[in-house]
Design a protein around this ligand. Structure first.
Ligand SMILES: [Zn+2]
Length: 223
């Protein structure tokens, strides 16, 4: 059943755009009388197919009898059927499923793997804006809304501690929180969310935790 579902989707998504209306009708006719009957060849009767398909309730012009052999040939040229021969009853054809038509189904390009750690989100205003947008233009520490002029980017792991300008290491902060953080040592953002594909939140949390451990170790050594 899954296979039939997939085949029907492939016909609609990949094959139909390659066929004209008549070719689609004949292909569906052949599909009905082969795959759905558990066989793969059929003799397409030139005489009777015409009146049966393409006419519609309003009596639109039906597929003319002499068009059928022509459309069978163009279907073969497009790889959708193989013509096996002619008999007195019609044309014997073998259906070719979309997955077996060379080059028809294009595999989606491998999604480009973007290493967010290597992209600088600090230096260009366009990338800075992406961080502000991700954080809904709210300070990640006090949750106050910040306008562009008042918004700063804060390095969660400071540059002095090896933090970079990456997406995972930057959060929106208001000027006050950013300044206060410098005087206090460290703060942890409260509404940091991993919204975009490519964020390794486990990795980020690990960094955040190791930073926290360092901070608590320093604090307890002072006490
Ligand atoms: Zn703030």
């Amino acid at each position: 059943m899954d296979d039939l579902n997939k085949t029907l989707r492939d016909i609609q998504d990949y094959l139909s755009p390659e066929l004209d209306g008549w070719e689609q009708m004949i292909y569906h006719y052949v599909f009905r009388h082969t795959i759905l009957e558990g066989i793969d060849t059929i003799t397409v009767p030139a005489r009777s197919v015409g009146p049966k398909i393409g006419k519609g309730r309003d009596g639109a012009s039906e597929l003319a009898r002499n068009n059928i052999p022509r459309k069978l040939r163009t279907l073969e040229q497009k790889g959708a059927i193989k013509i096996l021969g002619k008999t007195t009853n019609g044309t014997k054809v073998q259906i070719v499923l979309p997955r077996d038509i060379p080059g028809l189904i294009r595999q989606p390009a491998e999604a480009a793997v973007v290493d967010m750690e290597t992209i600088d989100f600090f230096s260009s205003s366009e990338n800075r804006s992406r961080i502000f947008e991700r954080d809904a233009r709210k300070c990640c520490y006090c949750l106050k809304s910040v306008e562009n002029e008042g918004a700063t980017l804060d390095h969660i792991i400071s540059q002095g501690d090896g933090g970079n300008h990456s997406y995972n290491n930057l959060v929106t902060a208001c000027f006050e929180c950013n300044s206060r953080k410098h005087s206090r040592g460290v703060s942890f953002p409260r509404n940091f969310v991993f919204q975009e594909v490519g964020i390794n939140s486990t990795d980020w949390k690990e960094k955040r935790c190791s930073r926290y451990r360092k901070w608590t170790a320093r604090r307890s050594s002072r006490n």
